[in-house]
Design a protein around this ligand. Structure first.
Ligand SMILES: [Fe+2]
Ligand SMILES: [Fe+2]
Length: 263
Protein backbone atom coordinates (compact mmCIF):
# COMPACT_ATOMS: atom_id res chain seq x y z
CA UNK A 1 0.00 0.00 0.00
CA UNK A 2 1.39 3.40 -0.89
CA UNK A 3 1.32 6.15 1.72
CA UNK A 4 -0.98 9.06 0.68
CA UNK A 5 1.72 11.52 1.81
CA UNK A 6 4.24 9.89 -0.56
CA UNK A 7 1.77 9.71 -3.44
CA UNK A 8 0.66 13.33 -2.97
CA UNK A 9 4.23 14.66 -2.63
CA UNK A 10 5.48 12.85 -5.72
CA UNK A 11 2.46 13.94 -7.73
CA UNK A 12 3.07 17.62 -6.86
CA UNK A 13 6.79 17.39 -7.56
CA UNK A 14 6.41 15.50 -10.85
CA UNK A 15 3.97 18.09 -12.15
CA UNK A 16 5.53 21.30 -10.82
CA UNK A 17 9.23 20.50 -11.33
CA UNK A 18 8.61 20.21 -15.06
CA UNK A 19 6.71 23.50 -14.91
CA UNK A 20 9.62 25.20 -13.05
CA UNK A 21 12.09 23.80 -15.58
CA UNK A 22 10.05 25.27 -18.43
CA UNK A 23 9.75 28.65 -16.68
CA UNK A 24 13.56 28.81 -16.66
CA UNK A 25 13.56 28.25 -20.42
CA UNK A 26 10.85 30.86 -21.08
CA UNK A 27 12.65 33.48 -18.99
CA UNK A 28 15.92 32.71 -20.76
CA UNK A 29 14.33 33.07 -24.20
CA UNK A 30 13.04 36.51 -23.20
CA UNK A 31 16.42 37.87 -22.04
CA UNK A 32 18.70 39.93 -24.28
CA UNK A 33 21.90 38.35 -25.68
CA UNK A 34 24.02 40.54 -23.40
CA UNK A 35 22.27 39.36 -20.22
CA UNK A 36 24.70 36.47 -19.90
CA UNK A 37 24.54 36.30 -16.08
CA UNK A 38 20.74 36.02 -16.12
CA UNK A 39 20.89 33.45 -18.92
CA UNK A 40 23.37 31.40 -16.86
CA UNK A 41 21.12 31.62 -13.82
CA UNK A 42 18.13 30.47 -15.88
CA UNK A 43 20.21 27.56 -17.24
CA UNK A 44 21.22 26.67 -13.69
CA UNK A 45 17.57 26.40 -12.56
CA UNK A 46 16.69 24.46 -15.70
CA UNK A 47 19.28 21.84 -14.72
CA UNK A 48 18.22 21.87 -11.03
CA UNK A 49 14.57 21.18 -11.86
CA UNK A 50 15.38 18.68 -14.57
CA UNK A 51 17.33 16.74 -11.95
CA UNK A 52 14.45 16.99 -9.43
CA UNK A 53 11.98 15.89 -12.09
CA UNK A 54 14.09 12.83 -12.95
CA UNK A 55 14.55 11.93 -9.31
CA UNK A 56 10.82 12.29 -8.57
CA UNK A 57 10.05 9.75 -11.30
CA UNK A 58 12.67 7.34 -9.97
CA UNK A 59 11.07 7.06 -6.48
CA UNK A 60 8.64 4.15 -6.22
CA UNK A 61 5.32 4.84 -4.44
CA UNK A 62 6.41 2.44 -1.70
CA UNK A 63 9.31 4.72 -0.70
CA UNK A 64 9.75 5.34 3.03
CA UNK A 65 7.82 8.58 3.89
CA UNK A 66 10.89 9.82 5.81
CA UNK A 67 12.91 9.79 2.59
CA UNK A 68 10.20 11.71 0.78
CA UNK A 69 10.03 14.23 3.60
CA UNK A 70 13.71 15.03 3.20
CA UNK A 71 13.38 15.07 -0.61
CA UNK A 72 10.53 17.60 -0.18
CA UNK A 73 12.84 19.73 1.98
CA UNK A 74 15.47 19.79 -0.76
CA UNK A 75 12.88 20.70 -3.36
CA UNK A 76 11.57 23.52 -1.11
CA UNK A 77 15.12 25.01 -1.08
CA UNK A 78 15.32 24.85 -4.89
CA UNK A 79 11.85 26.37 -5.33
CA UNK A 80 12.71 29.17 -2.91
CA UNK A 81 15.77 29.82 -5.07
CA UNK A 82 13.88 30.04 -8.35
CA UNK A 83 11.19 32.15 -6.68
CA UNK A 84 13.85 34.67 -5.55
CA UNK A 85 15.38 34.64 -9.05
CA UNK A 86 12.00 35.43 -10.62
CA UNK A 87 11.32 38.25 -8.15
CA UNK A 88 14.79 39.68 -8.84
CA UNK A 89 14.11 39.65 -12.60
CA UNK A 90 10.72 41.28 -11.97
CA UNK A 91 12.45 44.06 -10.03
CA UNK A 92 14.94 44.64 -12.85
CA UNK A 93 12.24 44.71 -15.53
CA UNK A 94 9.93 46.99 -13.57
CA UNK A 95 12.76 49.44 -12.89
CA UNK A 96 13.57 49.42 -16.65
CA UNK A 97 17.05 47.93 -16.13
CA UNK A 98 16.64 45.48 -19.03
CA UNK A 99 15.19 47.58 -21.85
CA UNK A 100 14.15 45.49 -24.83
CA UNK A 101 13.87 42.17 -23.05
CA UNK A 102 10.77 40.15 -23.91
CA UNK A 103 9.19 38.86 -20.68
CA UNK A 104 6.03 40.71 -19.60
CA UNK A 105 6.17 41.82 -15.95
CA UNK A 106 2.83 40.06 -15.34
CA UNK A 107 4.30 36.83 -16.75
CA UNK A 108 7.29 37.06 -14.42
CA UNK A 109 4.99 37.74 -11.46
CA UNK A 110 2.76 34.85 -12.60
CA UNK A 111 5.59 32.30 -12.71
CA UNK A 112 6.77 33.49 -9.29
CA UNK A 113 3.23 32.95 -7.91
CA UNK A 114 3.34 29.40 -9.29
CA UNK A 115 6.66 28.80 -7.54
CA UNK A 116 5.22 30.14 -4.30
CA UNK A 117 2.20 27.85 -4.65
CA UNK A 118 4.46 24.82 -5.23
CA UNK A 119 6.55 25.71 -2.18
CA UNK A 120 3.45 26.15 -0.02
CA UNK A 121 2.02 22.79 -1.12
CA UNK A 122 5.23 21.00 -0.12
CA UNK A 123 5.46 22.83 3.21
CA UNK A 124 1.88 21.90 4.05
CA UNK A 125 2.50 18.28 3.09
CA UNK A 126 5.61 18.13 5.26
CA UNK A 127 3.80 19.69 8.22
CA UNK A 128 1.00 17.17 7.74
CA UNK A 129 -1.73 19.72 8.38
CA UNK A 130 -3.72 20.28 5.24
CA UNK A 131 -6.25 23.11 5.29
CA UNK A 132 -9.87 22.11 6.00
CA UNK A 133 -11.70 21.18 2.80
CA UNK A 134 -13.99 24.23 2.66
CA UNK A 135 -11.10 26.67 3.14
CA UNK A 136 -8.97 24.87 0.61
CA UNK A 137 -11.66 24.86 -2.09
CA UNK A 138 -12.05 28.63 -2.13
CA UNK A 139 -8.32 29.40 -1.78
CA UNK A 140 -7.25 26.99 -4.54
CA UNK A 141 -9.88 28.38 -6.88
CA UNK A 142 -8.85 31.98 -6.18
CA UNK A 143 -5.27 30.99 -7.02
CA UNK A 144 -6.04 29.02 -10.19
CA UNK A 145 -8.73 31.35 -11.57
CA UNK A 146 -6.20 34.19 -11.55
CA UNK A 147 -3.64 31.91 -13.23
CA UNK A 148 -6.20 31.08 -15.94
CA UNK A 149 -7.14 34.76 -16.39
CA UNK A 150 -3.44 35.59 -16.81
CA UNK A 151 -2.98 32.83 -19.41
CA UNK A 152 -5.83 34.23 -21.50
CA UNK A 153 -4.17 37.66 -21.32
CA UNK A 154 -0.75 36.29 -22.31
CA UNK A 155 -2.23 34.44 -25.29
CA UNK A 156 -4.11 37.58 -26.34
CA UNK A 157 -0.92 39.65 -26.20
CA UNK A 158 1.39 37.16 -27.89
CA UNK A 159 -0.84 36.36 -30.86
CA UNK A 160 -0.04 38.39 -33.93
CA UNK A 161 -2.33 41.47 -34.00
CA UNK A 162 -3.55 40.29 -37.41
CA UNK A 163 -5.08 37.18 -35.80
CA UNK A 164 -8.14 39.26 -34.95
CA UNK A 165 -10.66 36.45 -34.34
CA UNK A 166 -8.39 34.45 -32.03
CA UNK A 167 -7.44 37.66 -30.24
CA UNK A 168 -11.15 38.35 -29.57
CA UNK A 169 -11.59 34.84 -28.21
CA UNK A 170 -8.60 35.23 -25.89
CA UNK A 171 -9.91 38.57 -24.61
CA UNK A 172 -13.34 37.03 -23.95
CA UNK A 173 -11.70 34.32 -21.87
CA UNK A 174 -9.72 36.95 -20.01
CA UNK A 175 -12.94 38.81 -19.13
CA UNK A 176 -14.77 35.60 -18.21
CA UNK A 177 -12.01 34.53 -15.82
CA UNK A 178 -11.67 37.99 -14.29
CA UNK A 179 -15.39 37.78 -13.44
CA UNK A 180 -15.01 34.28 -11.99
CA UNK A 181 -12.06 35.47 -9.94
CA UNK A 182 -14.10 38.33 -8.48
CA UNK A 183 -16.90 35.89 -7.67
CA UNK A 184 -14.41 33.63 -5.90
CA UNK A 185 -13.05 36.58 -3.93
CA UNK A 186 -16.59 37.60 -2.94
CA UNK A 187 -17.19 34.07 -1.68
CA UNK A 188 -13.88 34.23 0.18
CA UNK A 189 -14.82 37.45 1.94
CA UNK A 190 -18.16 35.90 2.97
CA UNK A 191 -16.30 33.07 4.76
CA UNK A 192 -17.04 31.16 6.91
CA UNK A 193 -20.77 31.78 6.33
CA UNK A 194 -20.36 31.07 2.60
CA UNK A 195 -18.85 27.63 3.15
CA UNK A 196 -22.01 25.64 2.63
CA UNK A 197 -22.04 22.50 0.52
CA UNK A 198 -24.65 23.80 -2.00
CA UNK A 199 -22.74 27.07 -2.56
CA UNK A 200 -19.37 25.37 -2.90
CA UNK A 201 -20.82 22.73 -5.17
CA UNK A 202 -22.32 25.35 -7.49
CA UNK A 203 -19.05 27.34 -7.34
CA UNK A 204 -17.07 24.30 -8.52
CA UNK A 205 -19.59 23.44 -11.24
CA UNK A 206 -19.53 26.96 -12.64
CA UNK A 207 -15.74 27.12 -12.62
CA UNK A 208 -15.46 23.71 -14.25
CA UNK A 209 -17.56 24.81 -17.26
CA UNK A 210 -15.29 27.78 -17.97
CA UNK A 211 -12.03 25.94 -17.30
CA UNK A 212 -13.09 23.18 -19.71
CA UNK A 213 -13.74 25.63 -22.50
CA UNK A 214 -10.48 27.48 -21.82
CA UNK A 215 -8.65 24.15 -21.76
CA UNK A 216 -10.14 23.28 -25.18
CA UNK A 217 -9.20 26.71 -26.54
CA UNK A 218 -5.62 26.24 -25.34
CA UNK A 219 -5.49 22.78 -26.91
CA UNK A 220 -6.66 24.18 -30.24
CA UNK A 221 -4.16 27.04 -29.99
CA UNK A 222 -1.38 24.61 -29.16
CA UNK A 223 -2.18 22.43 -32.18
CA UNK A 224 -2.46 25.42 -34.50
CA UNK A 225 0.90 26.77 -33.26
CA UNK A 226 2.60 23.39 -33.60
CA UNK A 227 1.31 23.02 -37.15
CA UNK A 228 2.35 26.61 -37.91
CA UNK A 229 -1.19 27.48 -38.98
CA UNK A 230 -1.37 30.79 -37.09
CA UNK A 231 0.87 33.82 -36.62
CA UNK A 232 2.14 34.47 -33.10
CA UNK A 233 5.24 34.78 -30.94
CA UNK A 234 4.01 31.97 -28.67
CA UNK A 235 6.57 29.21 -28.13
CA UNK A 236 4.89 25.82 -28.82
CA UNK A 237 6.11 24.62 -25.43
CA UNK A 238 4.44 27.62 -23.74
CA UNK A 239 1.15 26.74 -25.45
CA UNK A 240 1.44 23.17 -24.15
CA UNK A 241 2.52 24.41 -20.70
CA UNK A 242 -0.61 26.55 -20.16
CA UNK A 243 -2.75 23.69 -21.50
CA UNK A 244 -1.28 21.34 -18.85
CA UNK A 245 -1.92 23.89 -16.10
CA UNK A 246 -5.60 24.05 -17.10
CA UNK A 247 -5.76 20.24 -16.99
CA UNK A 248 -4.26 20.36 -13.51
CA UNK A 249 -6.90 22.84 -12.35
CA UNK A 250 -9.65 20.59 -13.74
CA UNK A 251 -8.25 17.61 -11.85
CA UNK A 252 -8.24 19.66 -8.64
CA UNK A 253 -11.85 20.79 -9.19
CA UNK A 254 -12.93 17.16 -9.74
CA UNK A 255 -11.03 16.01 -6.67
CA UNK A 256 -12.75 18.63 -4.50
CA UNK A 257 -16.14 17.89 -6.00
CA UNK A 258 -15.73 14.23 -5.11
CA UNK A 259 -14.75 15.08 -1.52
CA UNK A 260 -17.64 17.52 -1.21
CA UNK A 261 -20.21 14.87 -2.06
CA UNK A 262 -18.77 12.77 0.77
CA UNK A 263 -19.21 15.54 3.40
FE1 LIG B 1 3.58 28.03 -15.50
FE1 LIG C 1 0.82 29.53 -15.64
Amino acid sequence: MSDPFVARSLDEIRFWSRIMKEHSLFLKLGFRCEDTKLIQEADYYYAVFEDIENRSHAFPLETDPKKIKSFNEKVIVAVTGIWAFKRKVLGLVIRCKLPGQNNFPLLIDHVSREANYFRKRLKELNKGNLAPLQDAIIKENVFFLRIMADHAKFIGHLLDPSERKLGDLARNFSHDFDQLLFQAKDLESMCPQSQTVPLLDQFLDQNRVSVKSLRDFKKTARDLIEECRIKSIIHPLLADHVFREAERFLEIIDMYDEHLTQV
